[in-house]
Write a new protein. Structure first.
Length: 324
């Protein structure tokens, strides 16, 4: 085995792992195992582990892909921190060191933040196998937008108390640092280590998780997800075995089933729709600001963040097109 051939194989394998959604920590662990095995045995990585694509598929099957929503908490923290920092800076320039806080500004800003943070929460719930909770989340985002508009328009605007602008900026920077440090930390998967012990409650929970993952994460229509879950339940009843023993971890089994199914969710429930949902919210807020004659600094901030979101959405759409 030559060092050059190992490095070339590992570089290709790392690319294959990244395309399949495997995070850096899991990829590093798998490639370290390859390095150790090849050093001890003298085998070529291609002969011991197959092609880089085959190796990546094995890692996905054994350890599961990094969940697409594992960084949503980080995204929410970064978004709120960025908005807080930029807003405080603009208000400091426009108003002065001490910023007046009113019921309209306080409540309206909270509702706007809740609506924007709710969008990644919806995607997280759906990908985590909770499509019903995600449906309620859509209503929550809509309620947040309406409530923000009502607060900015109807609540009193007299000053309640002043807040130092530097304090708000430091709080925003703190959220940015927190979100940045969290980014890339993998979310625990359903390992199923406690399943398979003959517990009826555990089997029922495994089947509920299967139905939710098929419909939510893998975009199967609800009827087909229920059919596949019923088939799995009937098979378990015939064999008398626990689902973890018969099928393995529920996330892996759901992925295997979904690979052979036609995924045709309605357009409003597709990943691309949710990708463009947050920019749409910013457009609505910008329109409200213009119609109501809102303050110019909020309009400028909205345009700034909207442009950033549009840029990110365009890049992610291009990445998906290249992979698909």
């Amino acid at each position: 085995m030559t060092t050059e051939s190992l490095k070339t194989w590992q570089a290709r394998a790392r690319l294959e792992l990244a395309v399949r959604g495997i995070g850096k920590e899991v990829a590093d662990a798998g490639l370290d195992e390859v390095t150790q095995h090849c050093a001890e045995s003298g085998e070529e990585p291609e002969g011991a582990f197959g092609s880089p694509g085959e190796f990546a598929e094995t890692v996905v099957a054994e350890r599961g892909p990094a969940t697409p929503d594992e960084d949503h908490a980080s995204s929410a923290l970064l978004l709120v921190g960025l908005m807080g920092t930029v807003s405080a800076g603009l208000l400091w320039i426009r108003t002065g060191l001490m910023l007046p806080v009113s019921w309209a500004g306080l409540c309206g800003t909270v509702f706007v933040m809740c609506a924007l943070v709710g969008i990644p929460v919806i995607r997280f719930l759906r990908r985590d196998g909770k499509p019903r909770a995600a449906s309620w989340g859509i209503g929550g985002v809509a309620l947040g937008i309406v409530s923000a508009a009502a607060a900015f328009r109807g609540l009193p605007r007299h000053e309640l108390f002043p807040v130092p602008a530097p304090a708000l900026m430091l709080a925003g920077i703190g959220l940015i640092v927190w979100g940045w440090s969290r980014n890339g930390s993998p979310r625990p998967r359903r390992s199923g280590q406690d399943a398979g012990q003959g517990s009826r409650q555990e089997s029922d929970q495994w089947l509920r998780d299967l139905a939710g993952l098929l419909e939510g994460r893998h975009d199967l229509v609800p009827g087909r997800a229920r059919e596949l879950t019923a088939e799995a339940a009937a098979h378990l009843a015939d064999t008398g075995r626990a689902p973890q023993e018969e099928f393995g971890p529920v996330e892996d089994y759901a992925l295997r089933l979904a690979e052979h199914e036609s995924r045709r969710p309605p357009w409003w429930w597709r990943e691309r729709t949710f990708l463009w949902l947050r920019p749409a919210v910013w457009v609505i807020l910008l329109a409200i600001n213009i119609v109501e004659g809102g303050v110019s600094w909020w309009r400028a901030l909205t345009v700034l963040v909207l442009c950033g979101d549009l840029y990110l959405c365009t890049r992610r759409s291009g990445t998906r097109a290249q992979r698909g």
